[in-house]
Design a protein around this ligand. Sequence first.
Ligand SMILES: [Zn+2]
Length: 199
Amino acid sequence: MTQYPASITNLIKHISKLPGIGEKTAERLAMHILRSPRKEAEELAQSIVRVKEKVQLCTRCYGLSDGELCTICADPTRDATVLCVVEQPADMVAVEKSGAYRGLYHILSGVLSPMNGVGPDDIRISELLSRIERQQLKEVVLATSTSVEGESTAAYIAQRLASYTVKVTRIASGVPMGGDLKYVDQVTLKKAMEARHNV
Ligand SMILES: [Zn+2]
């Protein structure tokens, strides 16, 4: 890498910090950027700066948003009587891609993990309960992953919701054991959403 001018070495160094990118790949990507039209390279640089400047958490669902409310919460055509509980923003995107769901979301930002010191107060469960108290909901869909922690988080939430009148469902086990929603293919996720069952 020493043969490259400092500006290129610097770019390679920054790209190689990205997850899953080794130095060889970083070098290849840097060369690609160098060869690409100036406009494309500028757009790449600006899009990185823009996510850091603009992206915030939606004040209602805690998903990623460019404004106070995300596009889903701001969409009046969504079914506001159904709430899908997911672990992370990427899971919400995965459920959206499946096309099987038209309700709203609640992002927990994690799962219960006593081993790692993550308890109910560390993920957004109290926010979920207050949403359920405020909104006229018919159903809460628990769409946490099928890992041990995801299952125990779903079971814990179901237990907390037992005293409410809202129907509580869990996505079907079409999602493979240990399955992280964002890695599950769209067809499987669509089936799992459609075949959700009462808990
Ligand atoms: Zn939102």
